[in-house]
Design a protein around this ligand. Sequence first.
Ligand SMILES: [Zn+2]
Length: 338
Amino acid sequence: MPEHPRPATRPDPRPAGGAAPLPPLPLPLAREAVDRAGLEREDPGLLDRLWQEAGTGVLHLRGGRAPVRDGALVTVPPAGPVPPGAVFLGRRERADGEASAAVVLVAHEDGAGAGSTPDTAPEGLPTDVAWVGLRDVAAGLSDADAGLFTAAVSVTHWHASHGFCPRCGGPTAVESAGWVRRCTACSVQHFPRTDPAVIMAVTDDDDRLLLGSNAAWPAGRHSCLAGFVEPGESLEHAVVREVGEEAGIVVVDPVYRGSQPWPFPRSLMVGFRARAPRGQTERADGVEIRSLRWFSRTELVAAVRDGEVTLPGAVSIARALIEDWYGGTLPDETTLIS
Ligand SMILES: [Zn+2]
């Protein structure tokens, strides 16, 4: 067999032009100030013990919404027996500086598609909380609350879709304080799943930004190109392939910019910059992407101000990538992308 040729030098990981490393993207769903305390999960009596432990807080989730008051999640002390399906989310610092407090998630299926206030409140919960969705509130939460809420929504989606074994079809049962499901028929363990997707800020040689309008979106809504990583594919290859499929151009030099979970239901968005060398003409695929457009900074601000273009919401990595390229906060005539 012929040997694979090895490059004489490794690619330079720094941005083109020898510029200083780019600052980290501010990502509202990538804030984890809570110790997940993964080793504790293996204690089979953990949840019963935490239920009796001073300071434990229970976070109720109903239809993906959490109770919020004054810009903070509201947790309540444990009451009654440990509910089946409770999940140990981790330990957070306590306001009094004493030993960290455990947070346990109790997810309720009811409330999906209903108004923001369920008919009945879980025991001990104040009546003046608002039941709010993650996308609507995450940007204003503390790092600890944003991380807890993101983890809670993510793991709840996983439980909801993995009641049966993908291998043999048998029913699965929860283990490890909510972080494993084991098949009751074939004993295989199943772990929470995350689907990686790449999202790209593509620029040309004039430093214009390429945005696309998805065929499923209202007219005017624009965002970065994005797509799921395929089995057996690297992130960098997915960047090149997705831009090729959606825009008909070849990009080079993908540079990692940051990642954040997007638990709707289980994506991990991995953000890149990539460069489109001169001499190529973009073309929308006409199926997934309705139209494509290059923007200078001046053109983008004007299009947003005129209401001609709507940008993704503040919680999304797309917004962070666009503002990263822009070099600051963009005007706020925006709506949330769902
Ligand atoms: Zn099985």
